[in-house]
Design a protein. Structure first.
Length: 237
């Protein structure tokens, strides 16, 4: 199962699990809906994975740990104070039911990481559908490198970002006329599909890397100069 639980204004708490296995939970913005969801379906949690330290990804960790003290919480160094007790960097996490690859994806924050398991990429605020995260405590070169790393994954990889920003990102991508930066006909199809999903209050996610390679200007930027120009233009869009 793959579930995007809406949280706060536009965050998602992701749950992933194979049938009859405990689930993993990625980022915990808040716990009310999460606890209700887990209880209703009698789900066990094998681990919590944090992508970065921002409150809208970690504010629920303390209350989660009180309710589920036996569940390990993994995260990069910047999440230690938010409750991660297993500090990760590039490499692998081996859990009883899941093998998870940790991919460094700094830029939005300096230590941001993404998690890859069974062709599902949980990329926090690094990569969004048709967009990417703002550069805060990392820098542009780091963000560009991170996107190059994520881009090298197989096209069928399912991308599970932490925010529902797709419509606004598509609006920005639509405003770019350079065909090298956006395939407009593919983008228009995606726009139609996402408008219909959002009209029913359904998530526009996950997306696939193959689709993003056609509509995401930040993945299609050819060098760091172009990437920085696009990211700054989006900041002011
Ligand atoms: Zn963030």
């Amino acid at each position: 199962m793959l579930v995007a639980l809406p949280a706060l204004d536009d965050n998602y708490i992701w749950l992933y699990g194979r049938e009859n296995c405990p689930v993993i939970v990625i980022d915990i913005a808040e716990t009310e809906k999460l606890f209700a969801y887990l209880a209703e379906r009698e789900l066990q949690v094998e681990a919590v994975l944090l992508t970065h330290y921002h409150d809208d990804h970690t504010a629920g960790v303390a209350s989660f740990k009180r309710a589920y003290p036996q569940v390990p919480v993994f995260g990069p160094p910047e999440t230690r104070e938010k409750g991660a007790e297993h500090i990760v960097a590039a490499g692998n996490i081996r859990l009883p039911h899941y093998d998870i690859q940790v991919i460094e994806s700094g830029g939005h924050t300096a230590n941001h990481v993404s998690y890859l398991t069974e062709d599902h990429l949980f990329c926090g605020d690094t990569l969004f559908s048709a967009g990417c995260g703002r550069v805060f405590t990392g820098d542009y070169a780091q963000m560009f490198q991170s996107l190059q790393r994520l881009k090298s994954l197989p096209p069928e990889t399912l991308i599970c970002p932490a925010h529902e920003y797709t419509l606004s990102n598509l609006g920005f991508a639509e405003s770019l006329s350079d065909p090298a930066i956006v395939r407009q006909e593919v983008l228009q199809q995606r726009f139609t599909e996402v408008r219909a999903l959002r009209a029913e209050n359904l998530p526009s996610l996950p997306t696939s890397l193959g689709l993003e390679m056609q509509i995401n200007p930040f993945l299609r930027a050819k060098d760091i100069k172009e990437f920085t120009r696009l990211r700054q233009a989006k900041d002011n869009f």
